[in-house]
Design a protein around this ligand. Structure first.
Ligand code: SAM
Ligand code: SF4
Ligand code: F3S
Length: 439
């Protein structure tokens, strides 16, 4: 190693799990003697923590890589590594597409990152480490957290489902959970350190289990909510087929479990849901929504939607629109179908909805959701909500931005309040994405 500590910078793409992983990677590198650089230009080692879920997510990493290719030519000794889901998915073939990449490391192999960087700095190129490790949860590594108020805690990793369109079971491997005692201890530590909110993460968080204690995710949520009564507890992502009445009851009963459930539906058509191998019908999903709304009054429900999946007809697309109206989502993540080589759908179903049709259907979905969000937010005007202030508003230092327990963004005149405080805010205005108010 140089006498001066080498510096690193991480670009993070993809989901919250990747953001949490970048905090773990940062901890591993700092422990190994590396120093975090303020920006990419100052770094000796540039890492891209990548996402493979849709083709355009991979393209985003590709754009950063093309610009790094130029920098690498100009700066001798610059090390470029790919982490996360793209290397696990595309494997060594990546070196063919990007010959200037020095190494690739998959999501289960970060503990060995410093060794691989060291080898590359000593002249060995095109190193790869992409072995699945079904036990790896990064237990015992204290992440270098980017946010001091609201943070993430992965409680399970991997996914055992087989959704026909999805690469995550390939990129993340089999499910494994962090033990109950460890999760509870970590959340208590976060509370003692002054954090005000934690989001428990899992690709499929309802599948969390502690078999030694015969506990399921409802048991975990209850335990965590008692262990950190001063903190807001969130969790994501829930799968509709696994969300149980006992879990929803716990959310309704415990005041610090946020009244927000992200419940991806993907499509409103039972035929599409069957082809997608989601394990439930439209009706079963709507029954779950009714159960949730009954047990958790005032709950906010959000979702993910895919437009133009294989063989989707116009009629089936309209079923998605009607389901959106029936549920009344707060917000949604909306995508058009992107065929992913290796998935069940790519092998067995025709990607036969023309791209312009996929895009037009997606636009209809977005327009409907925007209109519904705006109406729902307008209805909040005149109410008073509790907001956890997170940061100064990007537009004005005299305002704070925060979120309600239902995960609605609120911007308000700050007065004497500071980020980290809970503030009662009267809502005076709204767009489709933000509430505005006064203390
Ligand atoms: N585990 C979560 C679940 O079951 O809902 C979501 C995981 S995935 C990372 C996030 C979202 O990406 C999915 O809910 C789906 O809407 C979308 N997605 C996944 N694969 C896709 C594909 N091939 N094309 C378009 N969207 C996709
Ligand atoms: Fe992908 Fe389905 Fe697993 Fe979610 S539940 S990560 S969509 S396979
Ligand atoms: Fe993407 Fe991997 Fe997350 S594929 S969505 S970064 S689990």
């Amino acid at each position: 190693m140089n006498s001066v500590s080498p510096t690193f910078f991480i670009h993070t793409f993809g989901c919250q799990m990747n953001m949490a992983d970048s905090e773990i990677v940062t901890a591993i590198l700092v422990e190994g003697g590396f120093v975090q650089a303020e920006d990419e230009g100052a770094a000796d080692v540039v890492l891209l923590n990548t996402c493979a879920v849709r083709a355009n997510a991979v393209d985003r990493a590709g754009n950063v890589l093309s610009h790094l290719k130029g920098r690498k030519r100009r700066r001798k000794g610059l090390v470029v590594g790919l982490l996360g889901c793209v290397p696990q998915y595309e494997r060594e073939q990546l070196f063919g597409d990007f010959p200037f990449v020095d190494f690739i490391v998959g999501p289960d192999n970060y503990r060995d990152l410093c060794g691989i960087v060291q080898k590359v700095r000593e002249g060995e190129r095109q190193q790869s480490l992409i072995k699945y490790d079904q036990r790896e949860t990064y237990a015992g590594i204290e992440p270098v957290r980017a946010n001091r108020i609201s943070t993430f805690l992965p409680v399970m990793r991997g996914c055992n489902n087989h959704c026909a369109f999805c690469v995550v079971p390939v990129t993340r491997g089999r499910e494994r959970s962090v033990a109950f005692g460890r999760v509870v201890a970590e959340v208590s530590t976060l509370q003692a350190a002054g954090y005000r909110e934690v989001t428990l993460l899992g690709q499929n968080v309802n599948s969390w289990r502690d078999t030694d204690r015969s506990l399921d995710f409802a048991g975990l949520l209850e335990g965590v909510s008692h262990a950190a009564p001063e903190m807001r507890i969130r969790f994501t992502t829930s799968h509709p087929k696994d969300i149980s009445e006992s879990l929803v009851r716990v959310i309704g009963e415990r005041p610090n479990l946020c009244n927000h459930i992200h419940l991806p539906v993907q499509s409103g058509s039972s035929r599409m849901l069957d082809l997608m191998k989601r394990g439930h019908t439209r009706e079963e999903y709507l029954d779950k929504i009714a159960m949730i709304r009954k047990l958790v009054p005032g709950v906010a429900i959000t979702t993910d939607l895919i437009a133009g999946f294989c063989t989707e007809t116009d009629e089936e697309h309209r079923e998605t629109l009607s389901l959106m109206e029936a549920v009344g989502y707060d917000t949604a993540f909306m995508f058009y179908y992107s065929v992913r080589p290796g998935t069940w759908a790519s092998r067995n179903l025709p990607d036969d909805v023309p791209e312009p049709v996929k895009k037009a259907r997606l636009q209809e979905i977005i327009d409907l959701q925007t209109a519904m969000s705006r109406e729902l937010y307008q209805r909040q005007i005149g109410t008073t909500v509790e907001v956890l202030a997170e940061a100064e508003s990007k537009r004005s230092p005299s305002k704070l931005m925060g979120r309600t327990a239902t995960n609605r963004a609120v911007v308000f005149d700050r007065g004497n309040f500071m980020p980290g405080e809970l503030v009662q805010v009267r809502i005076t205005g709204a767009t489709s994405a933000t509430l505005k108010g006064v203390v």
